[in-house]
Write a protein that binds this ligand. Structure first.
Ligand SMILES: CC(C)(COP(=O)(O)OP(=O)(O)OC[C@H]1O[C@@H](n2cnc3c(N)ncnc32)[C@H](O)[C@@H]1OP(=O)(O)O)[C@@H](O)C(=O)NCCC(=O)NCCS
Length: 163
């Protein structure tokens, strides 16, 4: 395993999709489940690049659909690591519709937590994240707040309704 600390930039992933008829729901908009799959794939790629190990998604939160997207729209999805704990990484994924003039409009923002897995398939210690810019440091601080909220929710059994 490679434990070299990495910068945020080293694991950034950007993917592009053109919306096809099979990606649409009955209302003629991009189906939310299709976008969620694309987002999860980007987050997993980011986490794999940072950790250089197998990863699994532990949670998705703050998944906000801000605007719809339609057939033939060009969708750009960008993911980056915002925080690295002992064995978990937070990845922020932003989705845009790109117009023909190259301008991008944000349509979705999501935060995913992915866990690095060792050869025994158990959570494994991750390489550190190098924060180079003020933006990296701000993202880290915001991620720490989300991380503690997530932990509190887990402790309170928030994510297991009815149990
Ligand atoms: C995610 C998983 C590996 C965590 O295993 P675990 O034994 O509970 O792990 P731990 O309690 O040791 O926690 C490991 C890390 O995961 C984090 N974590 C655990 N559950 C989490 C959750 N629901 N949301 C966010 N982070 C979580 C912990 O905070 C910890 O982070 P840290 O090491 O950076 O401090 C385990 O619950 C699992 O395998 N879940 C299924 C994942 C899966 O199949 N995903 C695909 C969905 S189809």
């Amino acid at each position: 395993m490679n434990f070299r600390a990495k910068t945020v930039q080293e694991s950034i992933v950007e993917t592009v999709h053109i919306i096809r008829p099979s990606d649409l729901n009955d209302a003629g908009r991009l189906f939310g489940g299709v976008l969620m799959q694309w987002i999860d794939e980007v987050a997993a790629l980011v986490a794999k690049r940072h950790s250089q190990m197998n990863v699994t998604t532990a949670s998705v939160d703050n998944l906000q659909f801000l605007h719809g997207a339609f057939q033939r729209d060009v969708i750009v999805i960008i993911g980056k690591v915002t925080h690295v704990g002992h064995t978990s990484m937070e990845v922020k994924v932003e989705t845009y519709v790109e117009n023909t003039d190259g301008k991008r409009a944000l349509i979705n923002r999501a935060f995913l937590t992915l866990i690095g897995l060792g050869p025994d398939n158990r959570p494994a210690i991750l390489p550190r994240l190098i924060l180079k810019s003020e933006e990296d440091r701000k993202e880290w601080e915001r991620a720490e707040i989300r991380r503690s909220l997530r932990r509190k929710q887990r402790e309170e059994g928030f994510h297991f309704y009815g149990e």
